[in-house]
Design a protein around this ligand. Sequence first.
Ligand code: DIR
Ligand code: MN
Ligand code: MN
Ligand code: MN
Length: 304
Amino acid sequence: HDIILIGAPVDSGKDRKGCIMGPDAYRTAGLGDTLNDLGHRVTDLGNLVAEDTDIQDHDHLIALPQTVGWTQTLNAAAKDAAAQGLPIFLGGDHSLALGTVTGIADHAASINKPLFVLWLDAHSDFHTPLTTDSGNLHGTPVAYFTGHDGFDAFPPVQNPVPTDQMCMIGLRSVDPAEHAALANTDMHIADMRAIDEGGIRAPLAEFLDRVSAADGLLHVSLDVDFLDPDIAPAVGTTVPGGATLREAHLVMEMLHDSGRVTSLDLVELNPFMDERGKTASLMVDLTASLMGRRVFDRPTRSFA
Ligand code: DIR
Ligand code: MN
Ligand code: MN
Ligand code: MN
């Protein structure tokens, strides 16, 4: 693949600071060389800077003007990059998906392909600016790019992603307003109970089959808090009971085998909270699995 690394040091989507250091932590952990060694051509575009806007500060929503600026910048960057290769957005907090997913959706529409989105997260990020209690806009991207109301300050969404073309895996923290809004959709959701009862493979396999049947593009948005905090401590919003190392690698290997992934967000890494680069390195290893490395490799054998 032609992989395009795009630094998106977005830190406006929540109160707690530190995601601004994310892109450089991924570089320090060797993301570019790792992908190169797997046989990919890698271009690093460096870090983007958010556009200025004339939006006013909001008394409840945190850093609204900055996040709107990032949305505009990343929308354009994503649309551009998707036409040239496989963009990997180095976050930055999850508010960056307001821009990346809408930009990828614009690209998908321009080549007449349906866009599917896999959301790997402890949270559903399905608040609108009208329902968020925290005022943290990193909790809103899914509602935005699926075309829900309340985002008046943001650019109108040209190509909303149908919820039927989305799958969320790993959920274990959903606020009441998000829960109510999700109930009115046909979003595919595998929460932690579903994973405990039936494994992580089944819901992903079903989703990937649908992507293939529709000849769709697939954007993956990987929030660090999808992972269990024991293996991935460097995130501001840890929720116990996350995906294990092996579940996470299985997901990535299945994604690789599907041959469907066309863009990726790596979000919510807060290097300020990391333990000697442990989380950054894990995210690099997961990306490597997604791009073709076999961490749990074994000789091919027949089960006959
Ligand atoms: C939380 C979002 N539900 C909120 N938390 C997230 O603040 O509205 N953490 N997205 O990653
Ligand atoms: Mn998230
Ligand atoms: Mn999350
Ligand atoms: Mn490949």
